[in-house]
Design a protein around this ligand. Structure first.
Ligand SMILES: Cc1ncc(COP(=O)(O)O)c(C=O)c1O
Length: 454
């Protein structure tokens, strides 16, 4: 093991790992392999031993424009020199209003909009959960099983993921199934699952224990990411919007993970042509600098003064990073590129499916894709351990992939949108070899050690 060559006196990987284990809290981790990052550029990451990795994660969908993009680096450095910190809570600054202007311009809807700033996807969803009941006087919210909206109080209450199953729930949040065509509930067919969920909501829940006049909003992801990158059947989101309109309920779109171009449109919900009342943004928005936002109806975000604020939210450096990120997405045509690249990646993954029995289902929209691993294609028994092993083997092969899913068995593909076709070919080859090793039993159980993910 060598110490970092960039920093004299740097710790060795073993020292970093030991300190991390001793000092960093487990409740903030979801680790799949022992990667010690030293350097990043574009869609590549180097560890402290100088080994190069191709990144298919964007660090949970944050680095959409790649790592260390010169325009973002320059914008951050310039802004930090000018204003190392200025609080948007109690003073005005130019980047925060310029960014708000851009975000309001991107969001659809012929109504007056405003922007709220925070630091994480969790606090953006927290804002929806806090402000909607407060402003509408309707106490209840509806969210989806499998939906991931964050880990802070209200956001965790909205989340329907196994990761929050142990946390206290909120009595005012009612969770309903998300229409997963691969694992449909209600004995529905893959084609009928969207309508079946809508019928359950409007024809049963609203008529029994959830009077719609008490529901302030419904929060939904256009592609349900952390439950396994589930793409709902066409028409589902449109049907949900119609229900919201019939009952005066606000439609809340969580675009934290898929927004800013990843699906091949600026926002994932644009594929269905719906108009959300409020949109939560984060991750890719800040180009790597923590920043989140809610864009939407003025009357909700303006309902009260000083009830939802964070000292460092919307600071000029983060807003300058976001402005530069938006500029890069636009100038480099990354929205269209996400669509093209996503199709290419989807085809390559489907080809792998034809050769690897472990792959039960391949799905995606643009550059958010999921590959669900099963022990048996007929019973669809989730292959969770095999998923962990595949991801670890990919890491050994020089490819970074994470996994998620309600059953911890879905390989997730959220690469930087700057990837080339050659990068995709390279990554697919590494994944192909990893799957072959796991299927052939060439990756022993003990090798995983503590790297069991989630
Ligand atoms: C759809 C969605 N919403 C919200 C969040 C929470 O974001 P953060 O981890 O930045 O708090 C996530 C995180 O994965 C997410 O995928």
């Amino acid at each position: 093991m060598t110490a970092s060559s960039l920093h004299p006196g740097a710790l060795t990987p073993a020292q970093i790992e030991a300190l991390d284990e001793r000092l960093l809290a487990e409740c903030m981790k979801v680790r799949f392999f022992p990667l010690v990052v030293q350097r990043q550029q574009g869609n590549r990451i180097w560890d402290v031993d100088g080994k190069e990795y191709l990144d298919f994660t964007s660090g949970w969908s944050v680095a959409a424009v790649g790592y260390g993009h010169p325009k973002v680096v320059e914008a951050v450095a310039r802004q930090f020199r000018e204003t190392s910190f200025a609080t948007t809570l109690s003073a005005l600054n130019e980047p925060s209003v310029r960014l708000a202007e851009r975000l309001v311009g991107l969001a659809p809807g012929d109504f007056q909009k405003k922007v709220w700033y925070g630091l994480s996807g969790s606090d953006a969803c927290e804002t929806l959960g806090k402000m909607v009941p407060l402003a509408t006087g309707r106490p209840k919210l509806i969210s989806f099983i499998g939906g991931y909206h964050g880990m802070t109080g209200t956001a965790a209450a909205l989340t329907g993921h196994t990761a929050t199953a142990r946390l206290p729930a909120s009595g005012n949040v009612v969770k309903i199934p998300y229409p997963d065509p691969y694992r449909p509930v209600f004995s529905a067919s893959p084609e009928a699952i969207g309508q079946a969920v809508l019928d359950y909501l409007e024809g049963y829940l609203f008529k029994t224990i959830v009077p719609p006049e008490l529901v302030g909003g419904i929060i939904v992801e256009a592609v349900q990411a952390d439950s396994g990158d589930v793409v709902p059947p066409p028409g589902f989101l449109k049907g949900l919007e119609a229900i919201c309109r019939r009952h005066g309920i606000l439609l809340l779109l969580d675009e934290v993970k898929i927004g800013m171009g990843r699906t091949g449109r600026w926002f994932g919900f644009e594929h269905e042509g719906v108009t959300p009342d409020l949109i939560a943004l984060g991750k890719a928005l800040g180009g790597g600098i923590p920043l989140s936002a809610v864009v939407g109806r003025k009357e909700i975000l303006d309902a009260y003064t000083a009830v939802n604020m964070y000292s460092t939210a919307g600071n000029p450096v983060a807003c300058a990073a976001a402005l530069a990120t938006l500029e890069v997405i636009e100038a480099d045509g990354l929205v269209q590129r996400a669509a093209d690249l996503g199709r290419y990646l989807l085809d390559a993954l489907k080809e792998l499916q034809s050769r690897h029995p472990l792959i039960g289902h391949v799905r995606g929209q643009g550059c958010i894709l999921g590959v669900e691993l099963v022990r048996d294609r007929a019973t669809k028994e989730p292959a969770a351990r095999e998923t962990a092993k595949t991801v670890y083997r990919c890491f050994e092969n020089g490819l970074l992939l994470f996994y998620g899913g309600l059953y911890s068995n879905v390989l997730e593909f959220t690469p930087p949108l700057t990837l080339s076709h050659a990068d995709v070919d390279e990554g697919i080859d590494k994944l192909d070899r990893a799957l072959s090793d796991v299927e052939a039993g060439r990756f022993p159980d003990e090798r995983l050690g503590k790297y069991l993910g989630w």
